[in-house]
Write a protein that binds this ligand. Structure first.
Ligand SMILES: *Cc1c(COP(=O)(O)O)cnc(C)c1O
Length: 444
């Protein structure tokens, strides 16, 4: 597989402590200048990234299992993204689509209408961030239905703006001290097979019961759910759960919104994770992987719902910026040219195979799960389902010290997640798994 990005050697190379002296010097400057509420998982300061590696100012080359949180699926500085961005930035950087429009915006909407699940007539609108897309999906659902209530689930993550904080489940660090939150947001249980042991239909019945009894279906504008829950712990709902929830929504006139911001655009081995379950959402939110690292987000959905909003009711100064649209068209072309859905499925086979082998020797791995190149291990006290976030943190830190950029997640902070760029070569992924095996044996 060819690497995306510049011709960086696809290797792990550690030449200083992590972080090294130049990163530490930059970190001192950062600490004085940048608000401390903005964190960094690993304060190595980056000078280049491409394929499956991130290179820091000290000359260390780290294996990237983060993709900037599932963003650089086509690689960092992917050639098709770079060339289209360079051409666009030299032509014009901004007019505001609401002032004077341009073709790139229209083409991104056309492409997303084609790639999202279902063959019904669709339309799209573009925004800057995932949270902004989620907010706009709620606006559209409320106007379309004339109802107020928004239903979300346990372990959900939908963003950091006021409405999306209300929709996000986890208090620390996302919500603590930031209230009061937006009203008319209701939370229902989700399917979490490792913890509830319920079948998809059983878990859906439990969710629906809460909606019916505590909210009332006729008050609900939308149900918003991640088809694979991301920050909440890479939870894959049991088979049939999403379909049962979508069918309930349809029967009650509720807009079913799939938040595919993390799971969409090839990440799970399909254009959208809903595809794995044969679910056709009414609205889909898209961001992260869609534009090869530039900020772009979208709401894509049924034309009659999207068009429910009055003229001028949707938009924003930068939404669908022409440079970000050029990047998205380059990223989508790359996904098609390199068959990154197929590649994500290959990565799943490689990572899940290696992680299952590791789990056999390391009983703190309670479960290996995920879809495509969105894979995780849940770390627990052996033989129980009791979360062990301290051990997950030590494993992640051990990987960092050895030059593998990993992330944790989960409501209990006990999930180690793996999100490599889809263009990362097999050899690097195997090496990252070798490192993880070594780190776990040091903790056994
Ligand atoms: C990251 C994420 C968001 C928020 O996106 P931002 O671009 O950070 O605002 C919303 N939903 C899901 C599922 C996400 O993973």
């Amino acid at each position: 597989m060819s690497s995306g990005g510049p011709t960086l050697p696809q290797e792990r190379r550690i030449v200083t402590a992590i972080p090294g002296p130049k990163s530490q010097a930059l970190h001192a400057r950062r600490t004085a200048a940048v608000a401390s509420g903005v964190g960094s998982v690993l304060p190595v300061y980056v000078v280049a990234a491409g394929g499956g590696v991130v290179v820091d100012v000290d000359g260390n080359s780290l294996i990237d299992l983060a993709s900037g949180i599932a963003v650089t699926s086509v690689g960092n500085a992917a050639p098709e993204v770079v060339s289209r961005v360079v051409e666009q930035v030299a032509a014009f950087t901004h007019t505001c689509f609401m002032v004077a429009p341009y073709e790139g915006y229209v083409e991104v909407c056309e492409q997303l209408a084609e790639l999202t699940p279902g063959t019904h007539p669709k339309k799209a609108a573009l925004f800057n961030s995932g949270a902004e897309a989620v907010e706009n999906a709620v606006k559209i659902a409320r106007v379309h239905t004339g109802r107020d209530a928004v239903v979300v689930v346990d372990h959900a993550y939908h963003g950091r703006t006021n409405l999306t904080m209300a929709m996000t489940a986890k208090n620390m660090p996302y919500k603590q001290g930031f209230g009061p939150f937006a009203g008319e947001v209701y939370r229902a249980p989700v399917s979490y097979p490792f913890r509830d042991g319920l079948s998809g239909p059983e878990a859906a019945a439990r969710t629906i019961d809460v909606i019916d009894k505590q909210v009332g279906a006729s008050n609900v504008a939308c149900i918003v759910i991640e088809p694979v829950l991301g920050e909440g712990g890479f939870i894959v709902p049991a088979p049939g759960y999403l379909a049962a929830l979508a069918a309930y929504a349809q029967s009650e006139g509720i807009v079913f919104v799939a938040d595919e911001i993390q799971s969409g655009m090839c990440r799970t081995g399909a254009w959208f994770a809903s595809d794995h379950e044969g679910v056709v959402p009414d609205l889909v939110t898209v961001a992260k992987g869609v534009a090869g690292g530039l900020p772009l987000a979208a709401v894509v959905g049924r034309a009659e719902m999207m068009d429910a909003v009055h003229a001028g009711g949707l938009g924003g100064t930068y939404g669908g910026n022409p440079v970000a649209c050029a990047a998205a068209l380059g990223a989508i072309a790359t996904m098609k040219d390199l068959d990154l859905n197929g590649r994500a499925r290959e990565i799943e086979t490689l990572l899940v195979g290696r992680l299952n082998a590791l789990a056999a020797d390391f009983p703190a791995i309670g479960e290996v799960r995920g879809r495509g190149a969105m894979v995780a291990i849940e770390i627990v006290e052996p033989g129980t389902t009791k979360p062990d976030p301290a051990l997950a943190g030590r494993l992640s830190a051990g990987c960092h010290q050895a030059g593998v950029l990993t992330l944790t997640c989960g409501t209990y902070g006990n999930i180690l997640r793996f999100l490599p760029p889809l263009v990362a070569p097999d050899a690097l992924l195997h090496e990252a798994m070798d490192v993880l095996a070594e780190v776990t044996s040091g903790q056994a």
